[in-house]
Design a protein around this ligand. Structure first.
Ligand code: H2B
Length: 192
């Protein structure tokens, strides 16, 4: 039988990946083994704007909403993250208990009726995850920015508490449940 010679190939690979890409998937996929001389270049996350949204207006609006991160288009000063499709912005809000969280969601829901604009959201106990994106025309629009600012303001007024310091992605209720339960914030009486 012919045996193949052992060949060691040393190579430099450039991987372009959004920041946190592997972190986000880390519960399902183990990180790839990187060779010592592998370079990782972080790619800036560019928002996909609705066709009605002026690009220069959008960039100044979005900077004030996005969390500071090297994957933001510029240094952000807010608490929102780009959604996985880059067509929306999302963040998690946490409150003292279910009642406050539900009150917040009610206030947001009432404004949705006024603005004729609706969130993609989920709720577990004292935590809600909200994604603002526009369906028609698709992408991030002024309405998303307006509603995100409204949420920030109302959450502050209703005594929002420090949420999980990580991205809870795109309304995936299961992941939100995991964060709430692991963080000890679920509705189980203390000591049980
Ligand atoms: C007629 C009505 O105003 C539209 O269908 C609204 C309703 N709410 C909406 N919500 C969101 N998020 N995107 C939309 O494009 C949208 N369209």
């Amino acid at each position: 039988m012919r045996t193949l010679p052992n060949i060691i190939i040393i190579t430099t690979i450039t991987i372009t990946t959004p920041l946190n890409y592997w972190n986000r998937l880390s519960t399902k996929i183990t990180r790839p083994l990187l060779l010592p001389n592998t370079k990782i270049r972080r790619m800036a996350t560019k928002p996909v704007l609705a066709s009605t949204y002026d690009a220069s207006q959008a960039s100044s609006d979005i900077v004030s909403l996005l969390k500071h991160s090297s994957s933001s288009p510029s240094p952000g000063t807010g608490k929102w993250n780009m959604s996985s499709t880059n067509q929306g912005i999302e963040r998690t809000f946490k409150f003292k208990g279910f009642k406050k969280c539900w009150e917040f969601m009610n206030v947001v829901a009432a404004e949705c009726v006024v603005q004729k604009h609706h969130p993609e959201w989920s709720n577990v106990y004292n935590t809600t995850h909200i994604c603002w994106t526009t369906h028609s025309p698709p992408g991030l629009s002024e309405k998303d920015v307006l509603m995100a600012r409204f949420c920030d303001e109302k959450a502050r007024e209703l005594g929002e508490v420090q949420g999980p310091d990580e991205d809870v992605k795109g309304g995936k209720l299961r992941e939100l449940v995991d964060v709430v339960v692991e963080g000890g914030d679920c509705c189980v009486p203390k000591g049980k």
